[in-house]
Design a protein around this ligand. Structure first.
Ligand SMILES: Cc1cc2nc3c(=O)[nH]c(=O)nc-3n(C[C@H](O)[C@H](O)[C@H](O)COP(=O)(O)O)c2cc1C
Length: 308
C-alpha cells in the first residue's frame, strides 16, 4: 500500500531511515530493543585498517541540547570486522553500510578494495571526523584533496559510494560538488560540529576546570544540518542523506523538504534505542493517512511546499 523503498544507485533500502555511524555499534547490540532488520540500513562504527583504542580520558560531555564526543574512532579494525561482525550482519539479513576512515588516501583505497572484494554493497567515507589527530578531517575541508580521495576510492570500489561531509567548512557547496564530480553516488551530511564543554567546580576557594573538546551532535546541531543540506541540495544532483539532531517525524519531514532523500538517526539512539523502528512506523502511518503511496510522492510534495 505504502512504498517507502528507495535506491541509492544500485543500493536498495526498504525505507529511508538509517542509523548513523558510531551511535549504533555494529548493530547486533541493538537487537534487544528492536527488529534491526526492519531499519532501512545501519551504518557501522567507523572502521580503520588497524584496530584503534580511541582517546584516553573523558570522551563524552553532556550539554543542554546535545552531546560532545571525542571517542577517537575506537573500532575493531577491518580484519576483525570481516571475521566477527560481517557474518552476523549477513546471517541476520541486516542491510548495512560500512563506514570507513583513514589518515592517508591509501588507507581508504585499501579499505575500499577489501569492501569490494567482500561484496559489501555500500560504503560511507568518513572524511569528516574531528576527533583524531591526523587524517580524515583534512580531506573533508579541502575540495581538492576530497576530489582526489573520492576519485581514488571510486576507482577501487564498484558498490554504492557515499561521502560523509563535515559541517566545519566555509563552503558546503564546494566540498559537495567535489564529491559529486569525483563520482560519488550519494552524500551524507552532517558529521559532528566542532565544540567544547567546560565544567567548573569551586573547591576551597579555588576554581577547578574540566574541558572536553570534540564533536557536538544531537538537537543543538539540527539547524546547522538543515542549512547545510539546503545549500548543497541547490548545487548537486546526487541523493543526500541528512542527519543532525533528528528525533521526530517532523524533523524527518523538514529534512525531506530541503532536499534529503533519506535520513540518519544518531544521538537519539542513545536515549531512545528503538527510535529508528518507531520512526519508520510513524512515517508509514503518516503516508497512509495523507495518501502518499511512494516516498517520491511525499518528497516531491514537501519540496513544493509554499512559503508563507
Ligand atoms: C559517540 C559518537 C560516535 C560517532 N562516531 C562516528 C564514526 O565513527 N564515524 C562517523 O562517520 N561518524 C561518527 N559520528 C557522527 C554521527 O554519525 C553523526 O554524523 C552525528 O552525530 C550527527 O547526527 P546526530 O546529531 O543525529 O547524532 C559519531 C557520533 C557520536 C555521537
Amino acid at each position: 500500500m505504502v512504498d517507502l523503498s528507495l535506491k541509492l544507485n544500485e543500493f536498495e533500502l526498504d525505507n529511508p531511515i538509517i542509523t548513523a555511524s558510531g551511535t549504533y555499534g555494529y548493530s547486533n547490540e541493538f537487537e534487544v530493543f528492536c527488529d534491526v532488520q526492519k531499519i532501512g540500513a545501519v551504518v557501522t562504527k567507523g572502521i580503520t585498517k588497524e584496530p584503534r583504542l580511541g582517546n584516553d580520558g573523558q570522551r563524552i560531555f553532556e550539554t543542554s541540547s546535545g552531546m560532545i564526543n571525542r571517542i577517537g574512532l575506537e573500532n575493531v579494525g577491518i580484519q576483525t570486522f570481516l571475521k566477527e561482525k560481517l557474518p552476523i550482519l549477513q546471517e541476520q539479513g541486516i542491510n548495512f553500510i560500512l563506514n570507513i576512515a583513514g589518515s592517508a588516501i591509501d588507507d581508504y583505497v585499501e579499505l575500499a578494495k577489501i569492501a569490494d572484494k567482500n561484496k559489501i554493497k555500500a560504503i560511507e567515507l568518513n572524511v569528516s571526523c574531528p576527533n583524531v589527530h591526523s587524517g580524515c578531517i583534512e580531506f573533508g575541508v579541502n575540495k581538492d584533496s576530497l576530489y582526489k580521495l573520492v576519485s581514488k576510492v571510486r576507482d577501487s570500489y564498484s558498490g554504492c559510494l557515499i561521502v560523509k561531509l563535515s559541517p566545519n567548512v566555509t563552503s558546503p557547496e564546494e566540498v559537495a560538488l567535489a564529491a559529486e564530480n569525483a563520482d560519488a553516488d550519494a552524500i551524507s551530511a552532517i558529521n559532528t560540529v566542532r565544540g567544547m564543554g567546560v565544567k567548573l567546580d569551586f573547591v576551597n576557594g579555588q576554581f577547578k576546570k574540566t574541558t572536553v573538546a570534540g564533536g557536538l551532535s544531537g538537537k543543538a546541531i539540527k539547524p546547522v544540518a538543515l542549512s547545510f543540506v539546503d545549500r548543497i541540495h541547490k548545487v548537486v544532483d546526487i541523493p543526500i542523506i541528512a542527519m543532525g539532531g533528528i528525533y521526530t517525524l517532523v524533523d524527518i519531514l523538514e529534512f525531506f523538504s530541503v532536499g534529503a532523500r533519506a535520513v540518519q538517526i544518531g544521538t537519539a539512539n542513545f536515549t531512545h534505542p528503538d527510535i529508528a523502528q518507531k520512526l519508520i512506523i510513524e512515517l508509514e502511518e503518516f503516508m497512509q493517512k495523507h495518501k502518499f503511496s511512494t516516498l517520491d510522492e511525499l518528497q516531491n510534495k514537501l519540496k513544493e511546499a509554499e512559503y508563507v
